[in-house]
Design a protein around this ligand. Structure first.
Ligand code: AMP
Length: 368
């Protein structure tokens, strides 16, 4: 199957080609024709499956092919700032030969720049729920023209306590619309939500590679946050040649960690959302080719990292969401290889550790 066979229009095909994608991923193959025909959809698929393109491409195409009014016609609601930025980048990339504008808004930063961009006009809006409601309440955003609505990572959205905000937003979107819901897992709460917002949806299930935590040796170190760099160096010196994936919570920290490693003569490279797609691809290539020993990544940037012989994952910081812990350490111990995952835990992270242990239903042994 090719993208052309999915009847994607020329300007988008060109952009996909420029992104370097050769064939559609399974979710794209299934979802794109359905969404082009304006069906509602519920998909259980995780990050890394190519789900963003699976909804972004049909939205861009359908918008291009219909009479467009002014205003926000597509709304993508996603739980975190990182995901929001990533989705906006995807719309920009696949839509680069189209005259459509995508704006992203999220909390935690001043609203001024976001408002300026909105005022210049947006066809597609990518948003986290809180900031979106804020700007709606200030009459800066109107959702009355929305025809395409995506609820991304719905389960995470609920886990993060956004359910009321999400429902509020949905009540403000016109009923006449195409709705797409994506969720890694489908607990009852999501099924309930789905049945209340979707109209005769098609269901798609993309099962990720099974991760068996049993195959992974997990260890935790309790330490002061200031001692993390030294411990990292120590572990890397002990495990002389192994390829190591280090997870950092922030982009800034990813850079810092990589820099310190290089200063200590360990070959390392950082990848995160501030780096261009080509820089990320190159970093990954070097890591896979073992030209670089340590890859320092943020969660978002690590999507799509698929390395068969990765022997060690280090959580320099614990992730906020327990599910992410499984995603992270699942990168090791693949294809019958023995894997190891080490987590550095400082005092502020104790409660995260508790949540993770509850989630994975096991205690992570502590190395003192
Ligand atoms: P997502 O699941 O949407 O987070 O996408 C995961 C990664 O796969 C992103 O870095 C995309 O750029 C990349 N990607 C998406 N679709 C394709 C494709 N058909 N071929 C190659 N890479 C892709």
């Amino acid at each position: 199957m090719t993208f052309k066979q999915l009847e994607i229009i020329e300007p988008i095909l060109k952009a996909i080609n420029e992104e370097g994608y050769t064939i559609p991923s399974p979710i794209q193959e299934e979802a794109i024709p359905l969404l082009l025909s304006k069906k509602d959809m519920m998909a259980s698929a995780q990050t890394g499956t190519g789900k963003t393109a699976a909804f972004a491409i049909p939205i861009l195409q359908n918008m291009t092919q219909s009479n467009n009014t002014k205003g926000i016609k597509a709304l993508i609601l996603t739980p975190t700032r990182e995901l929001a930025m990533q989705i906006k980048e995807s719309f920009d990339a696949y839509g680069r030969h189209l005259p459509l504008k995508t704006v992203v808004i999220y909390g935690g930063v001043k609203q001024k720049n976001q408002v300026l961009k909105l005022k210049r006009g947006a066809d597609i809006l990518v948003a986290t729920p809180g900031r979106l409601l804020d700007l709606i309440n200030q009459n800066i955003i109107k959702l009355s023209q929305v025809q395409y609505f995506v609820l991304d990572e719905a389960d995470r959205m609920l886990d993060m306590g956004f359910i009321r905000d999400v429902k509020k937003v949905i009540s403000l979107v016109p009923k006449q619309r195409q709705t797409m819901l994506f969720s890694a897992t489908l607990p009852k709460s999501i099924l309930n939500l789905a049945s209340s917002i979707l109209n005769d949806p098609s269901r798609i299930q993309i099962t990720p590679e099974e991760t068996t935590l049993e195959a992974i040796k997990q260890t935790a170190y309790y330490l002061k946050s200031g001692d993390k760099q030294d411990l990292l160096l120590h572990i890397l010196k002990e495990q002389k040649n192994a390829s190591v994936l280090v997870f950092s919570r922030t982009k800034r920290f990813a850079n810092k960690i990589a820099k310190r490693l290089i200063e200590n003569k360990v070959s390392a490279i950082a990848i995160h959302g501030n780096k261009s797609q080509s820089a990320r691809t190159e970093a990954l290539y070097k890591f896979k080719q073992k030209q670089v020993r340590v890859l320092v990544a943020t969660d978002v940037a690590s999507r799509g990292i698929d390395i068969d012989e990765l022997s060690l994952v280090i959580n320099y910081n614990l992730p906020d969401v327990p599910e992410t812990y499984i995603h992270r350490i699942g990168r090791t111990g693949r294809a019958n290889h023995k894997g190891e995952a080490i987590s550095f835990i400082c005092e502020e992270e104790y409660s995260l550790l508790k949540d993770i242990q509850k989630h994975i239903k096991m205690e992570i042994p502590v190395n003192k």
